[in-house]
Design a binder for this molecule. Sequence first.
Ligand code: NAD
Length: 245
Amino acid sequence: MGEFDVQVAVVTGGARGIGAEIARRFARDGARVVCADVLDTSDIVAEITDGGGLAEGCKLDVTDAEAAAATIKSVFEAHQRLDILVNNAGITRDQLLVRMKPEDWDLVLGINLDGVFNVTQPVAKLMMRQKSGRIVNVASVVGLMGNAGQANYAASKAGLIGFTKSLARELGPRNVTVNAVAPGYIQTPMTDKLTDDQREALLKNIAIPRLGTPGDVADAVAFLAGPQASYITGVVLNISGGLYI
Ligand code: NAD
């Protein structure tokens, strides 16, 4: 028996990086994982199903509220349950504020924050009726500590943390927990853009001097979505190797 046997988990941004690793982690422990992404998800879905796991993919741009509601509806209709939502889709468009283009502000807030609203609202309605569910939001330590050149990203992730805490209060009475993870620097396509100098400077500020792995984040997400975390809601679990303490 896997920890997540028969459960249905939706992971946004599940095509690659941290989201794909979260999908692998849930599938390994028995969940049926739905990877929802603007990118093609066939590679991760094939990898999981070839390994004997349960996975399906769907094309979804989280900024499209109607499409998000339709996706959630069809997942629920197909499986008659939706146990876990991981809001993982996210982007960066880094620039110092004085040079930041308004469209890059809008894009980051639109995906990282409005996108979470679009997907979570229909899921919350279902989970409230179901009287069970787990929502885990992938924030960032940058939402807690700020970072020069990331005012848009930091604002989106700080907003996501406020959203998490508010929703935890709204949904707790219905046995739905809502938590966030706040990764530090994790080795993914998002951080592959760092130069060697930037990487070296970064490591000086991390108590455990390495970048995190997607697995480090997936383990924390699985914990918050699993049976051992049934009395934990509204928390922000920092996974940064001590970058932010
Ligand atoms: P990534 O770029 O590898 O993956 C992000 C995924 O989100 C991609 O598959 C992408 O297609 C998808 N996505 C982007 N826009 C979308 C949209 N409009 N609709 C649906 N899907 C969309 O990045 P990652 O590093 O795996 O990041 C995953 C999450 O972790 C993000 O929310 C990111 O902010 C957060 N995070 C990452 C790090 C890090 O160091 N990598 C640190 C802290 C937080």
